[in-house]
Design a binder for this molecule. Sequence first.
Ligand SMILES: Nc1ncnc2c1ncn2[C@@H]1O[C@H](COP(=O)(O)OP(=O)(O)OP(=O)(O)O)[C@@H](O)[C@H]1O
Length: 286
Amino acid sequence: MNVISVENLSFRYRRASEYSLKNVSFDVRQGELLGIIGPSGSGKSTLCLTLNGIIPNSIKGDFSGDVIVRDPETGEEYNTKETPVAKLSTLVGLVLQNPESQLFNMTVEEEIAFGLENLGFDRNEILRRLRWALEVTGLRGLEREFPPNLSGGQQQRLAIAAVLAMEPAVLVLDEPTSQLDPVGRKEVLGLVSLLRKEHGITVVLVEHHTDYILRFADRVLVMADGEIVLEGTPRDIADEAETLKRLGVKLPPSLEISHELRKRGMMKVPAITEEELLSGIEYPPG
Ligand SMILES: Nc1ncnc2c1ncn2[C@@H]1O[C@H](COP(=O)(O)OP(=O)(O)OP(=O)(O)O)[C@@H](O)[C@H]1O
């Protein structure tokens, strides 16, 4: 089942001369981790903003095509251009690059409960979801902390907890690690893997660390200049190392080295991991 279907979507910001999205079509399948990569300015953040209806409902411009969100529980379909963002936000949870910009409550637990209280859930349901979100994101014990006092990785996990508490059908993460140090990055990507594997949560992840996407995504979209230029499994995408380089996508070291070795006839298939790199080298060249 597709939880989101994007059909012939084009979007140009007000006053912009160029379209930021050009005839983009793809689906998000229930339970998958869909990775999105592409050079800076290729339209990844703009695309994320269309998935929960911020574009075109709050950020206006020239919008054509459709984004359809399906509620997996009821099967109901919502066209984002006809549905308020408040409703869409309960189905598509969006987490942005900068955790600080998303946190505005005095304590961790208030931050997580905030959206639930606004939706009018009863006290028991709020407590149940609060406990679950704290547990999953590893924030138990920090309930009373002032969010700005948390580390970057904890803050981003809190932003994810606040969104997860709404029990959305899809979690959309727009470069959630770009403002974090390596420790924070590991915490957040570890959480993404856990959500996908142990909780079956559907995740759309924009990440410029291609390494993680190629290792752990189920499917990958590559964007360039507002278009989807490649779509496939991580293996399919790794096979297009030359195209990725041309587009300005930074390759993970194993893929970069295996790409060079393949050109020299010293490797047959691209290596995503170091293990694949080490076991795939052929010498003398075949
Ligand atoms: N608010 C805006 N108004 C006008 N143009 C914008 C706006 N936001 C983004 N753009 C333009 O839209 C295009 C796509 O930008 P977008 O931020 O979606 O790309 P991106 O792939 O997410 O880049 P990055 O990896 O740097 O975040 C760029 O040309 C950018 O300048």
